[in-house]
Design a protein around this ligand. Structure first.
Ligand code: ADQ
Length: 475
């Protein structure tokens, strides 16, 4: 069995117990099995980027990390990665802040990763690279002579050509993606957008999307730069049964009991997100205000808990989002609070998985309304955490990848505050049979597309790639 080498920008310190708010961290915790090597940034900055990785063993996994130079990190992460590439992938063209020196820094850090990783590789290793910060990694590894099978999974959405081409140098990045053997996307829509970009931006002929009998739902194969690339759909999931068990146990935990007691019989609605402009938090708070305005019967009857973990705090757009939210939450609370009831409870810190699971289970409504989202794991966690005998209702943005196969949720346009407010009203008023029927369908779906299935599908596709890159025909 080939060794698995997982590469992600951030590698947690072994035995790290702190809660990590972020989908990638949650998915990779499931993907990295004993015997694997996990390579990436240590989370520490140094005066200069390290040229060799530091190795640590824990639980059968080898953690190989490098420190990044402060300037390199700023150009790569705060600069191009999250100041230009992320807003483009999340359809926020107005927020793109492109600077050529930051793009050069982004590519330089990918080169540094490749140089530190290459000496650790064995000829049969399967290399699995994660997310938008590492798009050029395979190209850099290939330049060093690495001919292992290398796959890439994009956790964000993928965009149509008109959006992609707004980012300077995006055509070059699209070409870099073609140095991978397998490129994975969360949904069929993103795969179709990728196909359109390859066709229109790279002028490469790509056959139509197929639904093969293999394990991936949909596939396209094409040749570019002397290599064969296979692009697949492989939705990310969670270990639903394990999460359900955690939620069941968490109901009796002191945190969940304190929250339950504080509700004093009122319904709980919950939102859990990284504090990111893609998550639509200001729109959500506005929709809550609209609910109390249009349906005064819900005043004093429901409390909304928004848990928002700070993210990318050194980027200006994230700082202004935080200020905007502080103000909006204050506005709604100022307008509707009573001496003994606050409509919105707003916490800006990460919670542990167990606490989160217990809070989800207590909630009558889960509010997941990103303006765009690759998948959104909170939607799946909320469903897995419910009590099937008395389940809560999920309100889900149609612009989250999760909406593709979670039709049992109340699907909304997050930009339409009135529509979201009506969905909140419908969720709070929904009869038990309907809640149960919706939950049953959603739970079955969440149990089908698990974290394990996500890894198995991707690795099976990577494994069936012919060795030594070049043009060959998929097995
Ligand atoms: P994220 O944008 O980080 O991930 P998401 O899928 O919602 O988004 O995952 C967030 C994870 O962090 C969830 O497991 C959630 O429980 C946890 N989390 C969030 N806020 C938290 C808090 N305050 N305290 C504790 N935990 C918190 C990216 C893409 C997504 C994609 C994932 C996985 O942007 O679209 O679903 O990767 O592919």
């Amino acid at each position: 069995m080939a060794r698995l080498v997982v590469v992600s920008n951030r590698v947690p310190q072994p035995r790290q117990r702190l809660p990590q708010a972020g989908g990638l961290a949650v998915v990779l915790a499931d993907a990295v099995k004993s015997g694997s090597l996990w390579f990436g940034w240590s989370g520490k900055c140094a005066p200069a980027t390290a040229t060799a990785a530091t190795l640590q063993e824990a639980g059968g996994v080898t953690y190989a990390t490098i420190d990044l130079g402060e300037t390199d990190h700023r150009l790569f992460y705060t600069g191009f990665g999250n100041g230009a590439l992320w807003p483009m992938l999340l359809f926020r063209l107005g927020l793109i802040n492109f600077r050529p020196e930051e793009y050069a820094g982004y590519r330089a850090v990918n080169r540094a990763y490749a140089r530190a990783l290459a000496p650790l590789l064995q000829p049969d290793d399967l290399i699995w690279v994660h997310d938008y910060l590492l798009i050029p990694l395979a190209e850099e590894l290939r330049a060093l002579g690495v001919d292992n099978r290398i796959g890439f999974f994009l956790h964000t959405p993928f965009v149509p050509p008109a959006i992609l081409s707004a980012l300077p140098r995006a055509a070059e990045l699209l070409g870099s993606l073609c140095a991978y053997d397998v490129v994975g996307f969360q949904t069929r829509g993103y795969l179709a957008a990728f196909k359109d970009c390859v066709t229109q931006v790279l002028n490469v002929e790509v056959p139509n999307i197929q639904s093969p009998n293999g394990q991936a739902d949909e596939t396209v194969c094409f040749s570019h730069g002397g290599r064969r690339v296979r692009a697949i759909v492989d939705p990310v999931g969670i270990d639903a049964d394990a999460f359900s068990r955690v939620a069941q146990r968490a109901v009796g935990s002191p945190e969940t009991r304190r929250l339950a007691a504080s509700l004093d019989g009122r319904a709980l609605a919950i939102g859990v997100d990284r504090l990111d402009y893609a998550k639509g938090l200001p729109n959500r708070v506005e929709a809550f205000g609209r609910l109390f305005e249009q349906h005064p019967e819900h005043r004093r009857q429901v409390s909304f808990l928004q848990v928002a973990a700070p993210s990318r705090e050194d980027i200006g757009d994230y700082q202004s989002l935080r200020r905007q939210l502080d103000r909006l939450v204050g506005d709604v609370n100022g307008r509707y609070s009573d001496a003994d009831w606050t409509p919105l409870r707003y916490m800006t810190r990460p919670l542990g998985r167990r606490t989160l699971a217990g809070f989800y289970r207590l909630a009558r409504v889960g509010v997941v309304t990103p303006l765009r989202d690759g998948m959104n794991l909170v939607a799946k966690e909320f469903i897995a955490a419910q009590d099937p005998l008395d389940p809560g209702v999920l309100i889900l943005s149609r612009f989250a990848g999760a909406a593709d196969d979670m039709a049992g949720a109340l699907i909304v346009n997050p930009f339409d505050a009135d529509e979201v407010a009506e969905a909140m009203h419908a969720a709070l008023s929904m009869r038990e049979e309907e809640r149960k029927a919706r939950h049953e369908a959603l739970h079955a779906q969440v149990r089908r597309t698990t974290a394990n299935r996500f890894c198995e599908v991707f690795l099976a596709q990577l494994q069936r790639t012919p060795r030594h890159g070049g043009i060959g025909h998929p097995a």
